[in-house]
Design a protein around this ligand. Structure first.
Ligand SMILES: Cc1ncc(COP(=O)(O)O)c(C=O)c1O
Length: 405
């Protein structure tokens, strides 16, 4: 008899093997609960459109118009001129000198991030990222063999960046400081003193300073862009249309280079090559994005006021629960990142989150999915309506109380 040897599978890159995306990876456990007939409340994904914040009509109409007018071709790789002009105006108004030539339109901030990391770092290099941090910052670095190094943020001081810790982690392998402002998952906003210190530190150590401002208009407090302090430092701003303009599924974002920074010339060339390599961002959506920036902005005020009420409600309920600690009120975005007290008896945040899901059919994200500095926390999205949040908070409260019985 012939022995058939099973051929081994063709290899998989070890860089990709380590990729995780906690926010979506945990959904499989919720689906299991649903297969058993349970109704799960999802408080895991930061997509306002999924929770009834619909894309404004004038933006939808602009997309339909572009499609019907046959603007369905590949756009210029750097983006449609009119959109780059509108973006340059928006970002210049926030403080950084940005010309249309300083803008590259991407398929979401996600693609922008990939282009930036691919351009600035090689295997073995390091990038500094906030701890805790939106997970793709960790994963896109790892996919390129680049080490993400988390710098501390101080929970008891409103998740302020610990500049001493950040500086102590800069070495000859460091290539960039990444900042998320307002932050996901903590909802913190950087103060002006920190923004200035970040620019000074990046300039002193010859590092790129890349700031993700995708939540720049979803704020309950004063917000200042890093651009206000950019001077001629190598500052790059990432932004997009997913959150403020409720266009998550349409996938559109952009990169803005500081027009005054001569040190960004190499990075611009590299990003330009990558933009050409992937041909272009979605053309009709770019037309709709022009309307988003130039058309009525009323929905933003309405959304922020509804989110403010939801944040306050969730804060009030969580604050009253013994065993759950919130030291800082979120000032922007739509997340809250509470600490799980040791008295609850959990060895890890993942164990807490899975137990919550299995006993109460409530899905939040474990904090360690946002990097090691997020451990013993969880992230909760307060996008749903107040009645859904009330049901979620009732379930949550019962769950935590049951741990003390
Ligand atoms: C900080 C941050 N950056 C980027 C993204 C993804 O943006 P996009 O939809 O433009 O890819 C998110 C989505 O949650 C985010 O929270």
């Amino acid at each position: 008899m012939l022995l058939h040897c099973m051929p081994s599978a063709p290899s998989i890159s070890r860089y990709v093997a380590g990729v995780e995306y906690a926010i979506r990876d945990i959904i499989q456990y919720a689906r299991e609960q649903e297969r058993k007939g349970n109704k799960v409340i999802y408080l895991n994904i930061g997509d306002p459109v999924l929770y009834g914040f619909n894309t404004p009509k004038h933006i939808k109409d602009a997309l339909i118009k572009a499609v019907l007018e046959d603007k369905n071709y590949y756009a210029e790789s750097e983006g449609v001129r009119e959109l780059r002009e509108a973006i340059a105006e928006k970002e210049s108004a926030k403080g950084m000198h940005v010309m249309p030539e300083d803008v590259v339109v991407t398929n979401g901030v996600s693609e922008a991030l990939d282009m930036i990391i691919s351009s600035i770092a090689e295997p073995g290099d390091e990038v500094l990222v906030p701890g805790p941090c939106y997970p793709p910052y960790l994963s896109y670095a790892r996919v390129r063999g680049v080490k993400p190094v988390e710098y501390a943020t101080l929970e008891h001081e409103g998740w302020r960046i610990d500049m001493d810790d950040l500086k102590s982690k800069i070495n000859s392998k460091s290539r960039a400081i990444f900042v998320i402002n307002p932050n996901n998952p903590t909802g913190s906003i950087l103060d002006e003193h920190t923004l200035k210190a970040l620019v000074d530190t990046a300039a002193e150590h010859n590092l790129y300073l890349v700031c993700d401002e995708i939540y720049d208009r979803i704020v309950f407090d004063n917000f200042t862009s890093i651009g206000r302090y950019a001077r001629d430092a190598p500052v790059v701003i990432l932004n997009g249309f997913s959150k403020v303009y409720l266009m998550t599924g349409w996938r559109l974002g952009y990169i803005c280079f500081n027009s005054n920074a001569r040190l960004l010339d190499g990075l611009r060339t590299s990003v330009g090559k990558l933009a050409r390599l992937r041909l272009s961002a979605n053309t009709p959506v770019q037309m709709a994005a022009v309307e988003a920036l130039r058309g009525p902005q009323d929905h933003i005020r309405d959304m922020v006021s509804m989110l403010g009420a939801r944040r306050d409600y969730v804060m009030k309920r969580l604050d009253a629960i013994h065993g759950i600690n919130i030291y800082a009120k979120p000032k922007g975005a739509f997340y809250i990142f509470p600490r799980i007290d040791g008295s609850l008896g959990y060895r890890s945040d993942a164990e807490f989150v899975l137990d919550l899901l299995k006993s109460k059919n409530l899905l939040v994200v474990h904090g360690s999915g946002f990097g090691s500095m997020g451990s013993m926390h969880f992230r909760l999205v307060y996008l749903p309506s107040l009645d859904v949040l009330e049901e979620a908070m009732n379930r949550f409260e019962e769950f935590v109380h049951s741990r003390y019985r």
